[in-house]
Design a protein around this ligand. Structure first.
Ligand code: SF4
Length: 330
């Protein structure tokens, strides 16, 4: 795989001020949803972004696409600084990157037919004109496994899996190079999830796409990803090739997450060692000092509460942020 950077995030912060319910102008604090995230996504790869609900992974995906403007930091698509674009300049660039949403039903306009939903980005980004729009829509429907004869139907006439296929067709309509798939299967029946994941894998190869695949489902992330970034309280704590991170997780948080994956073999399942994390994810309104994981870490050191560990490469292409790794040789 070529290591050409398609997306670069540099020290991205997304902070949301929390206002007093009575005195609207009074700010009670700031939610640090994304807190200094730096990440490179290479052309042609799928980068999996995992973490518990509320860790900031969806906000990071939206900030990457400029659906939420970062409070600070920069995002590049190749050499183009997206964070510096506004209006028409940003709209033109949007053709290159699109999003597949978690809830296919909520993301589709119920008053529009499937044909109109998919045609909208085709027209907006001048991918086709006139009668060519209809054939482009039908060909996209076919590509994602929908019968083109259903072009005049409305979203409520489709099943959950079919609606997600419509969402994928719409995301592909502008012929993007890069897609953020935000929990694309978590609202679907288990029986349908594998079909949608396999469709995304096929489309990636056929259309030479690059993905950021966001999920809390470690099995789905493993199936989809070349590299995996593990996120905790607004930042990445471990990043490595998928096979490496599953075989040799270095960060205690990653180890705990992986130890919770069920094993299909009942005997192995009984014998496996499971690290149970105590307590909930701390509030991003008041993140812990030092290492943000120290309040739940089963192997925390005395200085973990006061000194934040650096995110460093400890093995080839394998980086993590943990004081315990600083002690051991690379
Ligand atoms: Fe645990 Fe300390 Fe490592 Fe944080 S830095 S993960 S608290 S050992």
């Amino acid at each position: 795989m070529a290591d050409e950077a398609l997306i670069t995030m540099e020290d991205v912060h997304v902070h949301f001020p929390v206002h007093c319910g009575v005195l609207r102008r009074k700010t009670l604090g700031v939610v640090r949803a994304v807190d200094g995230l730096s990440l490179v996504i290479h052309r042609g790869e799928t980068l999996g972004l995992v973490g518990e609900s509320g860790c900031g992974k969806s906000t990071a995906g939206r900030a990457l696409l400029q659906l939420i403007r970062p409070t600070s930091g920069r995002v590049f698509f190749r050499d183009t600084p997206l964070t510096e674009l506004r209006g028409e300049g940003l709209r033109r660039m949007r053709r290159h990157f699109q999003m597949i949403f978690q809830d296919p039903y909520a993301s589709l306009n119920p008053r529009m037919t499937v044909g109109a939903i998919i045609a909208e980005p085709i027209r907006l980004h001048h991918v086709a004109r006139g009668s060519a729009v209809q054939s482009a829509v039908q060909s996209l429907m076919q590509r994602v496994g929908l019968n083109p004869r259903f072009i005049r139907r409305y979203p409520h006439e489709f099943s959950g899996g079919q609606r997600q296929r419509i969402g994928i067709a719409r995301a592909l309509a502008a012929r993007p190079e890069f897609l953020v798939a935000d929990e694309p299967t978590s609202a679907l029946d288990v029986s349908i999830q594998a079909q949608i994941l396999n469709l995304l894998v096929d489309l990636r190869h056929e259309l030479h796409l690059t993905y950021l695949f966001i999920s809390h489902d470690l099995a789905a992330v493993r199936h989809m990803s070349d590299r995996i970034a593990v996120m905790y309280l607004g930042n990445v704590v471990e990043l490595a090739p998928a096979a490496e991170i599953y075989a040799h997780p270095q960060h205690p948080y990653t180890q705990a997450l992986l130890s919770a994956i069920p094993i299909p073999d009942p005997r192995a399942e009984q014998q496996r060692h499971r690290t149970v994390l105590h307590g909930d994810l701390p509030s991003p309104l008041r993140p812990p000092s030092g290492c943000p994981f120290h309040t739940r870490c089963p192997v925390a050191l005395a200085h973990c509460a006061t000194i934040a560990p650096l995110f460093k490469e400890y093995a080839p292409k394998h980086s993590a942020a943990c004081h315990r790794l600083e002690r051991s040789p690379a």
